[in-house]
Design a protein around this ligand. Structure first.
Ligand code: AMP
Ligand code: GLY
Length: 423
């Protein structure tokens, strides 16, 4: 069977590599892909949100399944587009329809969903410019720090955590009245600040049955010791040592089951990944957010630990018999360290030649922002390469990743030397 993966990051390279191990797959296409996916699959120069171009590619290349990497095509309705088209409707899409994608596309929707279905999460209220005064009054009832979230997608920048009440009131006004995050912030969720340590749990579901994938923790800040600006993620570790069996059981009972049941009760036929961002407060889970896709770089540590055939699991999602599929995970620890362009997450240069990847023997090199030009691999984004290693312990895996990184180079390459420092 031929399969199409939508997206172009490290997550999509990891999907491509894992699916390439499946004997049931003939050819893999990636749209638009990167230099890494080009080496093991066929890249198509198509944007993941250009649905008519995706349709043409699917029909031309006899594609029989589509796996969606990022959230944008899901929130924009790629799955609905397939179901509404006579030539495409029998082709399974791994990823929810628009109704399910709202769990990520609207913070207000996801908070309402959690409240309705009893999923533990921070108390909240939502405001628009029509009730701005009430929003300011609500802030006065909370203790700092204040958490303000733009309702819609804001490229990961829509969450503000502020210590001063005055600043929080000002930012609320900027968001709802002056569209600080454009249309995404015409509605703003204000919620209680949650204490604890963050981690993520990933679920693959066919709408009825589910598999809980390995947990992971990512390192979002650019600077060592978790300082400086937020990034898409500078590294990740799986499993998370502080997520013991007792905690993960609570996550399954208190979060995963009510979420899957809630989707069914609300008539949302959800086929795909649910990324559950959690706070662990003294062993009690609380949901910070849902995403409707896998994380990046979390995928680069979750997939290498899955020993089962990923395509077989996707077929289970498509045919709603995920419960019949075998699912095994290695006990080893996976770590990934992201190599980024100097300056990222602010302004940075692209087009730098990347050397030495072929000398890495003990790690998996996942490409993120890379492209091929005249047989050279060039940087093509802020996050450029994720170097993943497996080990018996976190330290062993990290040592291997950092040894491998010494072999890779590009002008102004930057990375965090302290991934896992807190564990
Ligand atoms: P989100 O986009 O919802 O993941 O928020 C971005 C980050 O803000 C999260 O990963 C948390 O680190 C932090 N955050 C969001 N909501 C809360 C909250 N209620 N309490 C504490 N931290 C939060
Ligand atoms: N690494 C966080 C995310 O993928 O949203």
């Amino acid at each position: 069977m031929n399969i199409l993966i939508l997206g172009s990051g490290g997550r999509e390279h990891a999907f491509t590599l894992k699916l390439s191990e499946s004997k049931k797959i003939n050819q893999i296409f990636v749209a638009p892909g990167n230099a890494g996916t080009a080496q093991i699959a066929t890249n198509l120069a198509i944007s993941a949100t250009d649905f008519s171009a995706v349709k043409e590619a699917v029909l031309t290349n006899n594609i029989k399944m589509v796996v969606v990497g990022p959230e944008a095509p899901l929130v924009e309705g790629v799955h609905d587009f397939f179901l509404a088209d006579n030539e495409l409707k029998s082709i399974p899409v791994i990823g929810p329809k628009k109704d399910g994608a709202l769990l990520e596309g609207s913070k207000d929707f996801s908070k309402q969903f959690m409240q309705k279905h009893g999923v533990p999460t921070a108390k909240y209220q939502s405001f628009t410019k029509e009730n701005l005064a009430e929003g300011k009054a609500f802030l006065e009832t909370l203790a700092p720090p204040f958490v303000l979230k733009a309702d819609g997608l804001a490229a990961g920048k829509g969450v503000l955590i502020l210590n001063s009440l005055e600043e929080a009131k000002h930012e609320l006004e900027e968001m709802v009245s002056n569209e600080k995050f454009g249309a995404a912030s015409t509605t703003v969720v204000i919620e209680e600040f949650l204490k604890g340590i963050e981690l993520s749990v990933f679920v693959l579901t066919d709408g009825k049955n589910y598999k809980i994938l390995p947990s992971a923790k990512d390192y979002k800040r650019i600077g060592e010791g978790d300082t400086g600006l937020n990034t898409g993620g500078m590294g990740a570790i799986s499993p998370v040592p502080f997520a013991d069996d007792a905690f993960l059981n609570k996550v399954e009972e208190l979060v995963v089951k009510p979420t899957i049941n809630g989707l069914q009760k609300d008539g949302i036929d959800y086929r795909g990944f649910i990324f559950i961002g959690l706070m662990n407060d003294n062993g009690n889970p609380s949901v910070v957010e849902y995403n409707v896709r896998m994380g990046d770089p979390e995928t680069e540590v979750v997939l290498p630990r899955i020993e089962s055939d990923l395509f077989d699991l996707f077929e289970g999602v498509a045919h709603q018999n995920l419960n019949e599929k075998s699912f095994n995970v290695t006990n080893k620890t996976a770590t990934t360290v992201m190599l980024v362009s100097g300056g990222y997450p602010e302004a940075y240069e692209k087009g730098k030649e990347i050397t030495g990847i072929e000398n890495v023997k003990n790690s998996i090199v996942y490409h993120a922002g890379t492209k091929i030009e005249n047989d050279k691999i060039l940087s093509n984004g802020g996050r450029v390469i994720a170097v993943t290693s497996l080990g018996e312990t976190i330290n062993e895996a990290l040592l291997t990743s950092y040894e491998s990184i010494k072999k890779i180079g590009f002008d102004k390459m930057n990375y965090r030397k302290d991934i896992g420092f807190d564990l």
